[in-house]
Design a protein around this ligand. Sequence first.
Ligand code: SAH
Ligand code: SF4
Ligand code: F3S
Length: 467
Amino acid sequence: MDSNTTVIAPEQLREQQAFCGRIRALWEKRGRVPTAFVDTYGCQQNEADSERIRGMLEACGYTMQADAEGADLVVINTCAVREHAEQRVLGNVGALVHTKRRHPDQRIFLCGCMMGQPQVAEKIRKSYVHVDGVFSTHHLWELPSLLYRVLTGGKRVFATADEPGSIAEGLPVVRSSAFKAWVSVMYGCNNFCSYCIVPYVRGRERSRRPEDVIAEVRQLAEGGCRDITLLGQNVNSYGHDLGLGVDFADLLAELAQIPGDFLLRFMTSHPKDATEKLFDTMAASPKIARHIHLPFQAGNDRVLQAMNRRYTAEQYLALVDYARSVMPDLVLTSDVIVGFPGETDEEFADTLRLVERARCDALFTFLYSPREGTPAARMPDPFTREEKLRRFDRLCALQNRISEEKHAACVGRRLRVLVDGREDGVLTGRTNGNRLVRLTGGDDGWIGRYAEAEITGASTWSLTGRL
Ligand code: SAH
Ligand code: SF4
Ligand code: F3S
């Protein structure tokens, strides 16, 4: 491997396992089974990390519970992508003062992307003294030793040293679903979009070895998993750091050969790295879902350049045209940022035009949020929040109309859905393209199974169907 990626050595992981044993012994001596609550904010990447955190905690003898009240350990996995996300986290961490007062032995850990920002870690150190431990994403695998130190030393621990990033293979995992799974194929990001904090808190891109990913997917498929989402901030640059001549399309093609009745999904794709080869690979395999999340962020070329996105609106549309030419039933979703510093009304009108032309099935729209340390946070931003909110509303109204039209076109079709749960009393399922279907005419026995649904109705956000 000609890469700079460090894979955590097996003996280091064995050392962590030994700490799990010591923690179990500690609780056995206290004569009871400890409980833990793991709370997750942010994206699927964090959800996947939390499954590892739960895995390590179970190895330490903890059983999981669904809230912080009375838990012996609370771990909050945080997100730093927008200010709103950070405020929610800090609000909830503040409230833990009270739960800890009612249960003084409670230990509280904060981890995840917020903890990768030195100024945040410092704020926790100074102003949130009820927090016992902090670790950034780079130190996740060290949780057992950090927890042991807190339980035995009585001192707070801070594992936030900035590191180039590494990969820990083989951590224990407790998956939150038996039939849907996340599989990280790479970590970190090299793109430094000018508004984004992620590269600063998650380090440089590093890909897992193909054989490790294949083994994990094979194991999931053998266990009956039906829906597997490959994760990375920019999966299309998978493998570039490995120097093995294997790119993301190659990896996908390989994974699609694994036997089993499952669908492969992936996110996120960066338009600058999405290739025709990727779309051809998708088109060639019924095992790869007909869905791509391909964020364009803005429709104006000056703004795109200021965002450091490295494509133009025309290039984005050409990519989408190609993808649809090989997969006419492709479901396309995207992220858009409204109110990037200095974005004028005319420039925003280009975003509306791109939305009209790309006709995505759904958009995730965000109001720009300045992130300390990113280049965009230092750019002049003359427009008021009210002006930005007005644009935001126009964008949502436009996309809602398009989403409704697209959903209405599904009515009368029979679609295969994976029944995945119950929401407000009704069964829910996901189509191949990841559309949400609210289902009538079935019972809980269907959960985790594929079914045919006749689509009977449509709204902006979902379809309705009869099993
Ligand atoms: N790696 C993924 C997504 C990362 S964050 C990608 O490149 O698409 C998810 C989304 O949050 C981004 O696509 C972007 O639309 C939004 N986002 C990121 N930073 C933001 C910021 N500072 N303000 C508002 N939205 C932001
Ligand atoms: Fe952030 Fe851009 Fe990397 Fe996505 S590709 S995580 S938006 S820097
Ligand atoms: Fe948030 Fe970190 Fe994901 S900042 S969006 S949890 S990569």
